[in-house]
Design a protein around this ligand. Structure first.
Ligand code: 5MM
Length: 339
């Protein structure tokens, strides 16, 4: 394990004013996203879409790294340049999603555990060989009637920690992502309790597995009301609740915290991040690792006419990346949306 390299990469991932682009949708997820814009999920469409995103001029100013799916890591641009090489040229670190998805947790109806530990060591060695600098593993925690169970939280925390230790052994920085889903009627306080318990369990497991926190990045969900909650918390409450929760459970040694967007609108995700960074300074850089909140409008524009709308879609992506880059420094303003 190269401690210095891990710490340097982790710091680069959360460098000032930059964040991560999550484009690691698995085959079923990208099929769903393409369906919304009436596109067929063929290998060539997926390649062309990701080429459109990754070849956006100037993206590296706001995007430190991008998380790819296995298929994308092996693909090239239409000119035959490997995406990994194109990204490195643009100053964007290549990352790879290495989990095998969330599957039903036996004995716990409605709950899931993320799989993928079997054979992970040789897969990580191959990904490092292909040029990946960091990896990602996402656990899913569902708030519902009597859930999450401690069995679900602990099983996911254990898997995240085993994954993180294996990544560091291969000199890849692990992004540790325990996502508390925002689906449900629950209020902000419930989300706070579940997120805090989940994070405490994750950090206990990371400690147990000897994971180097300076060489790891937490990808967290914000503390937010459920999407069907009748009394939704406001911007300030989300920002303060999320910060309090992180302060209660995330060691200061962690290299950085990046947020997922989880179904928030693009602008809400930016405003929440900005509000948190206006309250700082914090023990760790607070940035973004958005999937939908960076891609939604760009995909919509591209999907209308993939042959002609590349430049317009790239402008939309670049604007969202810039707005989030500013939010990562607490300097976002609404006027930037139309700049
Ligand atoms: C981009 O989507 C990622 C992969 O999802 P699946 O395994 O379900 O295909 C996902 O892990 C994503 O990185 C996080 O959920 C954050 O994305 P959002 O859209 O919530 O910001």
């Amino acid at each position: 394990m190269n401690v210095e390299k891990l710490a340097q990469t982790a710091q680069a991932m959360v460098a000032e004013g930059r964040g991560i682009l999550a484009i690691d949708e698995s085959s079923p997820t990208i099929k769903k996203r393409f369906k919304q814009v009436k596109l067929e999920s063929t290998e060539e469409n997926r390649r062309a879409y990701r080429e459109m995103l990754l070849s956006t001029a100037g993206l590296g100013e706001f995007i430190s790294g991008a998380i790819l799916f296995d298929e994308t890591l092996r693909q090239s641009t239409s000119d035959g340049v490997r995406f990994v090489d194109q990204m490195k040229e643009a100053g964007i670190l290549p990352g790879i999603k290495v989990d095998k998805g969330a599957h039903r947790l036996a004995g716990h109806p409605g709950e899931k555990v993320t799989e993928g530990l079997d054979g992970l060591r040789p897969r990580l060695a191959e990904y490092a060989e292909l040029g990946a600098e960091f990896a990602k593993w996402r656990a899913v925690i569902t708030i519902g009637d009597g859930t999450p169970s401690s069995a679900c939280v602990e099983a996911n925390a254990h898997a995240l920690a085993r994954y993180a230790a294996l990544c560091q052994e291969a000199d890849l920085v692990p992004i540790v992502e325990p996502e508390v889903l925002m689906n449900g009627e629950h209020d902000l306080d419930t989300c706070f309790e579940v997120t805090e318990a989940t994070l405490r369990s994750v950090f206990a497991a990371l400690y147990e597995q000897n994971v180097l926190l300076e060489g790891a990045v937490l990808k967290a969900s914000m503390v937010i009301s459920g999407d069907r909650c009748p009394n939704k918390a406001n911007l300030q409450e989300v920002a303060e609740g999320t910060l309090q929760c992180l302060y209660n459970s995330v060691p200061a040694a962690m290299a950085g915290v990046v947020f997922l967007s989880g179904g928030q609108t693009e602008v809400d995700a930016t405003r929440h991040l900005n509000a948190m960074n206006q309250i700082g300074p914090h023990p760790w850089p607070l940035s973004f690792s958005y999937g939908r909140a960076l891609q939604h409008s760009a995909l919509k524009k591209w999907g209308e006419n993939p042959a002609d709308n590349v430049q317009e879609a790239q402008e939309i992506l670049l604007r969202r990346a810039r707005c989030n880059g500013q939010a990562a420094m607490g300097q976002y303003e609404a006027a930037m949306e139309s700049a």
